[in-house]
Ligand binder design. Structure first.
Ligand code: KG4
Ligand code: ZN
Length: 343
């Protein structure tokens, strides 16, 4: 793939191809990350500073604290990414940064750092949508090319997307209330697991009986989702034990079964209706053991299935660099502003 981008000061055309190095920065929530990726698929360096330990004591991300932590970490993370790759700023062909959606104060730190690097080294700047970045995690170390159906499941979003080409995507279904990661974190909190509860709930679920309790599946549009009713049902179930002998693993396993089978059914339906042969799992919740297992079982029906390696599921900057390389619907204007939500 060849793309032509202009540098910022001299407006010199730069060709982005298989050998190009893109440095990207991600700071949309509670991870400060910087990475260098070659040709969109080969990670040269990947540095992530997580703030989970800091937010754990509040049971969730506090935006102001998160933004300050990004400020503290950003230069260290950038230096480390250069160091691990053994390259200098002059050798980078373009700089990319997450524009949104995310926490505005947090995004500002990473985006301005990426813009500053592009200005300093007089290279192109590429602004990236965080959701496109999660999808692009699937290009790392693979030969994936569109068209494909994507299931994007993160802390803030749950979508089924028809990726027709690098420049043409359609969201065909999404959640009408909670995102999958959000539902995991809320139910985990309910049963006393520390933030972020999703991975911990997943771990407990692996020891339980997924059919111990029948939890309700929402009846919404063909590709849409709703998880708030399930969350309430989980709350009622927990309360019914009145604090005595709570069968934690069985509750977690039953919750996980309900979520993963809903996701599986809707994705399978989307594949059948669109006739696409490839399916991609993306977002932080793509790290979930049962959701991975069910989506990978689509391979038995003849579909080619992709999911990022664990370290590229949750927020990282390699996926941002990969999105900058592959996707056309990016924000290449140095004046682009951060945004908190998709309009
Ligand atoms: O993509 P991500 O890092 O941040 C957003 O863009 O939102 O996703 C974070 C979300 C959190 O809600 C976290 O609990 C969830 O992903 N998560 C999981 C697992 N690993 C991360 N949820 C369920 N099972 C997991 N193994
Ligand atoms: Zn994310």
């Amino acid at each position: 793939m060849n793309k032509i981008k202009n540098t910022l000061f001299t407006v010199k055309p730069v060709t982005i191809d298989n050998n190009s190095l893109i440095m990207a920065i991600e700071s949309s929530c509670d991870e400060t990350a910087c990475a260098i990726v070659k040709g969109g698929r080969k990670v040269i360096s990947n540095v992530v500073a997580s703030q989970i330990k800091i937010h754990e004591e509040y049971g969730g991300v506090i935006p102001e604290i998160a933004a300050r932590e990004h400020l503290e970490a950003i230069n260290v993370v950038i230096d480390e990414a250069f160091k691990q790759a053994g390259v200098s700023g002059n050798q980078i062909d373009a700089f990319a940064g997450t524009v949104g959606p995310g926490l505005v104060g947090c995004l500002l730190v990473g985006l301005n750092a990426a813009k500053s690097l592009a200005l300093t080294y007089d290279k192109p700047f590429i602004g990236i949508n965080h959701l496109n970045a999660h999808l692009a995690a699937n290009f790392i170390d693979t030969d994936l090319e569109p068209p494909f159906i994507a299931l994007l499941v993160s802390g803030g979003h749950t979508q089924i997307i028809k990726v027709n080409s690098y420049s043409d995507m359609q969201i065909i279904g999404e959640t009408i209330d909670d995102a999958v990661g959000e539902a995991y974190d809320k139910v985990a909190r309910l049963i006393g697991l520390p933030y972020p509860g999703g991975p911990k709930l997943d771990k407990l679920a692996q020891e339980g009986n997924p059919f111990a309790f029948k939890l309700p599946e929402a009846k919404v549009g063909e590709y849409d989702f709703s998880f708030s009713g399930l969350k309430t049902a989980a709350l009622r179930l927990v309360k019914s034990f009145d604090g005595k002998d709570l069968p934690l693993a069985d509750i977690c396993a039953s919750f996980q079964e309900c979520v993963s089978s809903t996701l599986y059914k809707k994705v399978k339906h989307a594949l059948e209706e669109t006739d696409f042969k490839q399916v991609v799992l993306a977002g932080g919740v793509a790290a979930n053991s049962e959701i991975r297992k069910k989506i990978f079982s689509l391979a038995d029906l003849g579909y080619k299935v992709y999911a990022p390696a664990m370290k590229y599921c949750t927020d990282n900057a390699s996926m941002v660099a990969s999105a900058a390389y592959f996707f056309d619907n990016t924000f290449d204007n140095i004046d682009v502003e951060v945004f908190s939500r998709v309009k």
